[in-house]
Design a protein around this ligand. Structure first.
Ligand code: ADE
Ligand code: ZN
Length: 327
């Protein structure tokens, strides 16, 4: 109980949370009643079972079903303001939120409605909840280079306020990182930061590729880095932060339990670890829960827990002055 109070009082930032995956249960149930064709349960207990994932691919199939119910500006804005309200309740002051424009465009959301929903929601998040949001636009890797090109074009054309980074998500198996190198190069030249997922469901070679081919400044997950001592040394030495999502990895069955999560070894090797939720209601977690769970599983001292929160502020793409306010 005292760990939770300590964690709640810490000013926190979140660096890895997907907008669609942040939809709370009531929102998903309401959407499911409006869109029965999506195949998402309309009943609370059934939705809980729907969120019991057999493996990573099953998780993605569920994620895509929920995503398909987002149809326009008001849906997008509601996701953003709902997320902001829940972040504020945990003393999360700033979040970098991943949005996958290409998938929403394929689902028929007009690009201008997506942008308006994000921008209006972001203004409301700040005004009503005091939470500052930034955007990461990411490529759905499973859709290949066409998705890379379209995501880049969409990101650079209307460049919404708060867009800070360019990412790559979806499955890693059979989806090489290197094919997306040209899009990351162009995004970085345009001033966006590089934050691909890597090493969530595949080995250390994918993380090396994210670093070398995509210029990754942080790595989404990076779970498998502990399998390669040279990589651990590289990440620690170059201070490349990992966006670790412990409960996500357990719930998608990439890691057996929190106790067995490689986060312990990452920390022991001096890697810059940040804690994140990925898709919080789908994994039955919150950012506060992640800190409490890791503190308990690893037996961390309060100063070490505060150090993890500080890592996330420092690893964020906030301007230096704003970081100082949160440290
Ligand atoms: N999209 C939503 N959550 C994701 C995850 N954990 N990995 C890859 N893509 C995702
Ligand atoms: Zn993710």
């Amino acid at each position: 109980a005292s760990t939770r109070a300590f964690v709640r009082a810490l000013p926190k930032v979140e660096l890895h949370v997907h907008l669609v995956g942040s939809a709370d249960v009531d929102t998903v149930l309401a959407l499911a009643r409006r869109h029965p064709e999506a195949g998402v349960p309309t009943d609370r207990a059934e939705l809980e079972r729907f969120y019991a994932f057999r493996d990573f691919d099953h998780f993605l199939a569920v994620y895509w079903a929920v995503q398909s119910m987002i149809r326009g500006r008001d849906d997008v804005r509601a996701l953003v303001t709902g997320l902001a309200a829940r972040l504020a309740g945990q003393n999360v002051r700033y979040a970098e939120v991943t949005v996958t424009p290409y998938n929403h465009l394929l689902d028929g959301v007009p690009g201008d409605e997506l942008l308006t929903g994000l921008t209006e929601g972001r203004a409301e998040a700040l005004a009503d909840h005091g939470v500052e949001l930034a955007w990461c636009f990411d490529i759905p890797g499973e859709k290949g280079v066409v998705a890379g090109r379209e995501t880049l074009v969409f990101a650079l054309r209307d460049r919404p306020d708060g867009l800070v980074s360019f990412g790559l998500g979806g499955p890693e198996v059979g989806v090489g990182r290197a094919q997306f190198a040209p899009f990351f190069t162009a995004a970085r030249e345009a001033g966006l930061h590089s934050v691909p997922h890597a090493g969530e469901t595949t080995g250390p070679a994918t993380i090396w590729s994210a670093l070398h081919d995509l210029g990754a400044e942080r790595v989404g997950h990076g779970t498998s880095c502990t399998a390669d001592p040279r990589l651990l040394e590289h990440l620690a030495g170059h201070r490349v932060p990992l966006e670790v999502c412990p409960t996500s990895n357990v719930r998608t069955r990439q890691v057996r339990s929190l106790a067995e999560h490689p986060v312990r070894r990452m920390l022991d090797h001096g890697v810059v670890v940040t804690l994140n939720t990925d898709d919080p209601p789908m994994f039955g977690t919150t950012l506060e829960d992640e800190y409490v769970a890791v503190a308990d599983a690893l037996g961390l001292l309060p100063a070490e827990v505060a150090g993890l929160a500080r890592n996330a502020v420092e690893a964020s793409f906030l301007p230096g002055g704003r970081k100082a306010e949160l440290l």
